[in-house]
Design a protein around this ligand. Structure first.
Ligand SMILES: O=C(O)CNC(=O)[C@H](CS)NC(=O)CCC(=O)C(=O)O
Length: 280
């Protein structure tokens, strides 16, 4: 099974980003991909909630989602939208950071709202309060495809290994970790976290990423780490897209999942234990 990861530098203009994804998707399909994946917030990287209010939509009338359902069907590929920022019907006006799986018939077969919010001071100058703008999800999602089961996560979720363990124990063969990783934390942690999640779970990891300097950011330009990564179930890095936008390909063999788990059956070795003293 050939997968293609689309590495992007999304702007804060969903219309412009849609044109980019459609072109990359056509290229990936022509390159033989059956499964195409896009990064976190494919449709809009913005630091302004006011701007997001003006340009984002609810899922049911999001023009990016509708156009990409048609495009997936036209090319006959499975399409994982790493995430789209979409409006919710919550009274506090927060958005959802939502991942979609679209079938080769153009139907949405799964959706996942990012659970863990990046409320972090990376440096005194670089701070994030994702939960100000986004409503976190509270449900892990495993999706069926013709090539295996896909466990969904997004970006900062990668630091919460128990989520990926739960997905693997529920039957995931492939874990998705689309990202808009910060440049600083990416350089320090990106490879190690993704390889650890692969090794712990015996899953393939597919991590399409945002890269470079994103335009039109209020309060400083956002810079993301890039290096869209594919890791095999045994932990080898199969593909690293570097820092330029573009399409990278990898051929997956889902048999490698059971092979890795046969060699190290740690997923079946969980034991119950008492919490450490002092933490009831
Ligand atoms: O705000 C948006 O536009 C979309 N969301 C993101 O880009 C999110 C929250 S700011 N980024 C991350 O989770 C980076 C995690 C990270 O860098 C780490 O775990 O080190």
């Amino acid at each position: 099974m050939r997968a293609a990861l689309l590495q992007m530098t999304s702007s804060d203009d969903p219309g412009e980003n849609l044109i980019t994804v459609k072109a990359m998707l056509a290229e990936a399909a022509a390159g033989g991909a059956e499964f195409v994946l896009t990064p976190e917030v494919t449709n809009c990287v913005s630091t302004s909630r006011r701007h997001q209010q003006a340009v984002l939509h609810h899922e049911e009338d999001d023009p990016t989602l509708a156009a990409l359902q048609i495009a997936a069907a036209k090319h006959g590929v499975w399409l994982l939208l790493g995430s789209l920022a979409v409006k919710t019907h919550d009274s506090d006006g927060r958005f959802a950071n939502r991942q979609f799986l679209i079938s080769p018939q153009g139907e949405i077969t799964a959706r996942y709202d990012k659970i863990h919010m990046f409320d972090v001071d990376v440096t005194p100058e670089e701070t994030y309060r994702e939960s100000d703008g986004y409503r976190p999800g509270d449900r892990a999602v495993l999706a069926e495809t013709s090539f295996g089961r896909v466990g969904m996560s997004i970006c900062y979720d990668v630091r919460f290994g128990h989520l990926h363990r739960a997905l693997a124990k529920a039957g995931a063969d492939i874990l998705t970790v689309p990202a808009a990783f910060s440049h600083v934390t990416g350089a320090a942690h990106w490879y190690t976290l993704l390889r650890a999640r692969a090794i712990e779970t015996g899953c393939y990891i597919l991590a399409p990423a945002q890269t470079g300097k994103h335009s039109a950011c209020v309060g400083g330009c956002r810079q993301t780490y890039g290096h869209s990564l594919v890791v095999a179930p045994w932990g080898e890095v199969l593909s690293d897209a570097g820092i330029d936008p573009g399409v990278s390909y990898v051929d997956l063999d889902v048999k490698k999942v059971s092979e890795a788990r046969r060699r190290i059956p740690a997923l079946t070795h969980d034991r119950k234990f008492d919490e450490p003293d002092g933490r009831k």
